[in-house]
Design a protein around this ligand. Structure first.
Ligand code: AMP
Ligand code: ZN
Length: 130
């Protein structure tokens, strides 16, 4: 079973931000900004292009809910990104959408998958969990 399937099954702990019957959202362990969240289908698909359209709709709805939650951290914008296949930088072969909140004190450029920031995930989770 892949690591994100294990997270969806609660066999591996994560900082859950949102969950419904089909979808789960949790904090990225190596965040690119404060509140960087991954939104996944609970069912395993290799990437977003493999998902049936009803799941794609559920995932999109969850992304919107997560963005609203991230505004609690002061987020004013978002990079919503998905990587498809290794050639595009996909490391975990279970479909996921990166929701990367952006803040006005940062440079106004699209985020790049460089160095993660130092961030206390537990503190961030406290703000987002309800
Ligand atoms: P990608 O390169 O699009 O496949 O992104 C995979 C993301 O999953 C990376 O940003 C990792 O930091 C993140 N990640 C890997 N393992 C975990 C985990 N156990 N919990 C939360 N995020 C994870
Ligand atoms: Zn999986």
């Amino acid at each position: 079973m892949c690591i994100f399937c294990k997270i969806a099954n609660k066999e591996i702990e994560s900082f859950v931000v949102y969950e419904d019957e089909k979808v789960m959202a949790f904090l990225d362990i190596r965040p690119l900004s404060k509140g960087h969240t991954l939104v996944i289908p609970k069912e395993h698909y290799e990437n977003v292009l493999e998902m049936p359209s009803d799941i794609a709709k559920d995932l999109t709805n969850a992304v919107k809910i997560v963005c609203e939650k991230l505004k609690k951290l002061g987020a004013e914008g978002f990079n919503i990104i998905t990587n498809v296949n290794k050639v595009a930088g996909q490391e975990i072969m279970h479909a996921h959408i990166h929701v990367i909140p952006r803040y006005s004190e940062e440079e106004s450029k699209p985020i790049s998958f460089g160095k993660p920031i130092e961030c206390d995930l537990e503190e961030v989770h406290k703000v987002l969990k309800d």
